[in-house]
Design a protein around this ligand. Sequence first.
Ligand code: CA
Length: 221
Amino acid sequence: MKILIVEDEDAIREVEKAYLARTGYKIVEAKSGQEAMIKFRKSKFDLIILDLNLPGKEGIAVCREIRQISTVPIIMVTARVEEIDEIIGLEIGADDYIKKPFSPGILVARVNSHLRKAKRYSIKINGLVIDPEKMIVVKNNKIITLTTTQFNILYTLATHPGKVYTRDEILNHAYDKSLPPDILDRTVDAHVKSIRKAIEADPANPEYILTVIGKGYKFHE
Ligand code: CA
């Protein structure tokens, strides 16, 4: 696994490099946005750690440019928390952020988590193809698009057909943890409803995601 670290401050870059190299990742360093793009185009990376505040080409511009050509996971590092919604929003397209100053342990944990997610494989089940790389579902040769959360719920359930997941377990597996928990809990049922509408021939009599009364949901075996 190869990671590109883009950071102009030597001390921070050294710490990031030391901890990630110790975890077993190959590290390539860039001190500016321009250098990052040159190195990015030359080689294949599994993840990018990208400082927001760079001399010359800013982190946001680098992120936008990479997003036009790649879906590689990008973790932004920033002290400017007020811009985070924009950074991880659709327009700029980072996958996550870490707030400066951060502990190296947090950086390693986030990197591990994103690389685990990125390694998810396609599932073919009961006439559906669920492709986590492209985040799409294919049924009868038709592409069905879901939101990220809906996709993650479907993927979680379909990975273990027949296994009953409680709403809490679904939250743990499928949700963006940065959202407030009270909002999350109420929306599991709403998301399942939307998924059924998208993938079921008859959403009132689902064939894929089944309700287990008093417990939660399961994917049809
Ligand atoms: Ca900087």
